[in-house]
Design a protein around this ligand. Sequence first.
Ligand code: ATP
Length: 457
Amino acid sequence: MSSDPDRNERMEKIVSLCKRRGFIFQSAEMYGGLNGCWDYGPLGAELKRNLKNYWWQKNVVERDDIVGLDGSILTHQEVLKASGHVGGFSDPMVDCRTCKARFRADQVAEQRCPEKPSRNPQENGCDLTEPREFDLMFKTSVGASSDEGAVAYLRPETAQSIFVQFKNVLETSRQKLPFGIAQIGKAFRNEINPRNFTFRSREFEQMEIEFFCRGEDGLRLTDEWLEARIAFYEQIGIPRDKLHVLDVPDGERAHYSSKTYDIEYDFPFGVQELEGVAYRTDYDLKKHGEASGKPIEYFDEATKEKLVPHVVEPSAGCDRTVLALICEAFDEESVTGDKGKEEARTVMRFDPKMAPVKCGVFPLLKNKPELVAKAKEVKALLAPLMNVFYDETGAVGRRYRRQDEIGTPFCATIDFDTVGENGPELEGTVTVRDRDSMAQERVKIAELPGYIAGKMA
Ligand code: ATP
């Protein structure tokens, strides 16, 4: 929560729109909700998929030096012992002796006392315990046996399977240093205080690259990845001036890192981390080599030397980026309606690449079979190429508003000109209305796929 009431109100409107229009629902809402877990509705699922596809396209498909991996979520306990997570992946927690609420010790000042939400626990003089370590990993057991040997964990980050599969990937993909392995997938952390909508969840998705290199290149590549990742956020519609870079100081970085940048976004609830770009040195590969007794080494054909690669890790939060896209897109404005009256317009200004629906397709009137048939033809033309939404109910102005509210960048209306009722001049064309400028232009149906694709480049 921010101390600025306007920002809080904006966030409340965003959360409410997400539910009302089917972007994000609380998990198990009808049973009172599962805290820290979220379900993406029809539009949220599309938005998230667009983000993940674009990230994969840019980082894997279009690059020769990065390959993909899709590792298991259930993780062998020895993997997480070697990485330092078992016994070491915890946050300090304090309890309130009066109301029994639990807070992350290093974030007490940013949290609210449940008894007095206008204050944080310190301001309220709450009776807090000394900090104790709280294990963030979800533990489970595999198979019918419940002894220690059957213990496994839900992965707390996707990175570890990349390190553990390094040799297999190297041998099968025949990459040469520097090269990367990328992965998108779920990670789980039993966060003490899930909050700020989906920002801090217990189940979330990461988009991670482990970029392996020689030690002497580590710091330079960390700087280069930082720039590349900032450029990525700009490409998906997050402006540079809303992004902040934190050069994480000594003493605050993870134990394995000798350099970390946090890329932060100016959310309505404050400037918060979207992604960490960390130079993890050769820590992980060395640890897994030692713990397994199978050293992980790279043989350099040119110099005939064996070395343990170092690694630079751009680790982005998928859910946090979706939330940033939603926060950035949300806009309200006053426009002059059909009858000359001022009316409020809520519009999600998604970059067209990210927009869940790319084009609304409307017959002007639903009781004119020739318009409906033509509109269905247009829908069938576009549907194999992009997500389109067919809508024939209500006035066209209201249909535009409904699409504005979910961020559809284009709407194509099929009218009497389209079917040639007013002469041959405009036959076979539709009116395309632009979400942001609200300007309309006539476009030939055959050119519509290219017209929309051109705006998504
Ligand atoms: P924080 O300091 O916010 O707890 P972190 O520094 O522990 O995050 P990393 O371990 O660097 O996070 O994880 C990489 C990325 O994964 C983060 O930048 C974030 O986008 C995402 N992430 C981490 N924890 C969560 C969470 N609980 N909910 C949603 N996304 C998360």
